[in-house]
Design a protein around this ligand. Structure first.
Ligand SMILES: [Zn+2]
Length: 97
């Protein structure tokens, strides 16, 4: 039997994704263009409102205003929306308190 000198302290301590309903609803309710992002290409930071958005494709493509790296892609159909955020490290939302 393998020996694990440093067992994962988080094993079995997770909840399912329903635990995200409240926290995600809170941030998705604010104006997303004010969110602060960070480019995975060049590391610059900006508000989403500063992205260069190309809306002539089947969806929207948002590019970094500093290096032109693709930050997000959004495709909308009548009954679904598909959002790819792989070009940003994270988004920070300012919340009213
Ligand atoms: Zn960039």
């Amino acid at each position: 039997m393998p020996h694990h000198p440093h067992p994962d302290p988080y094993t079995g301590q997770y909840e399912d994704g329903n635990a995200l309903a409240g926290p995600l609803s809170e941030i998705l309710a604010v104006d997303p263009t004010t969110a602060l992002g960070c480019c995975t290409g060049c590391g610059s930071q900006w508000r989403l409102a500063r992205l260069h958005v190309y809306a002539h494709a089947p969806g929207y493509v948002g590019r970094c205003p500093d290096c032109d790296h693709v930050i997000l892609r959004l495709v909308r159909s009548p009954d679904k929306a598909w959002l790819d955020l792989r070009g940003t490290v994270a988004l920070t939302f300012s919340l009213d308190t």
